[in-house]
Structure formats: C-alpha cells, structure tokens
Ligand binder design. Structure first.
Ligand code: 6PG
Length: 254
C-alpha cells in the first residue's frame, strides 16, 4: 500500500467536500498524465452528496468530463430503471446533470443474466484499459455494517472470484448482484471509502483497526497493493478511531 489516510469531517456534507477535493485533484493528475481518468463509482447512500457536488461542478477547468470514464463498483441485478439500481441512482444524482459523453459511461447491465453481465463487464474493462492488469485510477466504496463493501459480502462466495468482475448470489438479500472483485479493487491506484453516521462507528473501527488475517471481512480484504487507501469519515463514524490516526487533507500525497 502506498498511502493510508483517515480524513474526518464534521458531517456528511463536509465529508463529500473532502471527497470532491480528492476526486478533482486525481482527475486533473490522471488527465494530464494519461489523458483520461478511470473511476469506479459506489452505490448506496454514502456517495450521493459527492455526486451532487460533482453535478454542481460545471466548470470544465476543474472537471473535464470528456476525459473521465465512469464505471460501477457493483450493481444490483435489477433493470436499470428499478429503484434499487445503482445506475439509476448515479443517473439521477450525477449523469443527468453533467456533460459527459455516453461512450464514457460504462454501467453494469443489471437487467441481464448476472453471470453474462459480469462476463461482458470483464471484457469491457479489458478493452478500455487496453492492457492488463486493469488498474482503476480511483475506486469509490461504501461500507455496510456487516463489513461488506461493493457487493462483497461476508460468507458469500463469488461465482468467478479470480476474474475482474463476478456475479454474486446475495441470497440473504434475495438478490443477485454484479461486483468488482477484491482483486480488482486492490489493483487500483486510489481506493476511497466513504462512511458517515454513528451507526457505522463500530464497523469502521473494526475494519480500520483490526488486522484480521484469519477470517477477514470483505472490507478488511481491501488493501490496495500499490495504491492509496482513503477513509473519509464524519466525526460520528470516526468516533472509535483514536484521533492520532487521523490525517489532514493538506498532508495527503497524491
Ligand atoms: C450498494 C453498495 C454497498 C454500499 C454499502 C453501504 O450497492 O449498496 O455497493 O456496498 O456501499 O451497503 O451503503 P450506504 O452507503 O447506503 O450505507
């Protein structure tokens, strides 16, 4: 792992502002370096405020959407217009408000047979990245109270764990899912968890502080091999993390 940063903020909006700062810096860095910025977006509620702030950032000087490729970290196996769809959420909070080429939007086909959708997504990743390994510039993640992230759930086997993308029978949710595997997430140059609220404090402290090598939770398996790992937390979610472990936004090395 390159850098490990725990960055706290007063509330959800301030967390989103911190995430926007890092997103913008990374976008500029990789667009200058590679002429593109390749991101995997998270579903759930935690990233919504970030997507709303990104929607409001209509200054091409700060975010050039023509050079940004958006992927999804996971998707529910539901039609794209289903209220449960992560694509639908991102479309409403972000895509409908920015000028991004449709060819830069790479959604997981939740309406297809999950295994087929996962296979096709594997192929899309290999095509966009041209060469392997597939290394996202940034992967955004949320954290479930059971230690899941993306659609990597405790005790739930992936159908194709060795590939970049896998279908998942999330029987406990009565859903199939499609997800990036931890192998893919750990190849990323930057991984950013967003977690807010006192209800996440226990699981955040467990994932961040405990080195569980025997039976790690999915979120504990997220250890980017040569990338930066960011935990962007509000004070409530960080309340069980000793303050001496916090980093400041000014001191991160991107
Ligand atoms: C999803 C996400 C999932 C989410 C966590 C946290 O598809 O729902 O990928 O992993 O990030 O469940 O959800 P909240 O951000 O809503 O707490």
């Amino acid at each position: 792992m390159k850098g490990f940063y725990i960055i706290t903020a007063e509330d959800e909006l301030e967390v989103a502002k911190n995430a926007l700062t890092i997103f913008t810096i990374l976008a500029k860095k990789y667009i200058i370096q590679d002429d593109k910025f390749i991101v995997a977006l998270s579903g759930g509620n935690s990233p919504k405020k970030l997507y709303q702030l990104l929607s409001a950032e209509n200054d091409p000087a700060s975010i050039d959407w023509s050079k940004i490729h958006l992927f999804w970290g996971d998707e529910r196996a539901v039609p794209l217009d289903d209220p449960l769809s992560n694509f639908k959420m991102v479309k409403e909070e972000l895509l409908d408000h920015i000028d991004i080429p449709t060819s830069n939007i790479h959604y997981m086909d939740g309406g297809a047979v999950p295994e087929d959708a996962a296979d096709r997504y594997n192929d899309i990743l290999k095509k966009i990245f041209a060469s392997e390994p597939v290394r996202f510039d940034l992967v955004l993640l949320g954290l479930g109270e059971d230690g899941h992230t993306a659609s990597l759930f405790p005790g739930v086997e992936l159908i194709t764990p060795d590939r970049y993308v896998s279908a998942v029978d999330a029987a406990h949710l009565g859903q199939y899912r499609i997800t990036l595997t931890s192998k893919t997430i750990n190849l990323a140059k930057n991984v950013m968890f967003l977690a807010t609220g006192g209800h996440k404090a226990k699981i955040v402290s467990q994932v961040v502080l405990e080195n569980n090598t025997i039976n790690p939770l999915p979120a504990q398996n997220i250890q980017p091999s040569s990338g930066n790992l960011f935990w962007l937390l509000d004070n409530a979610a960080a309340s069980l993390i000793p303050p001496e472990k916090y980093s400041s936004l000014e001191n991160i090395n991107l």
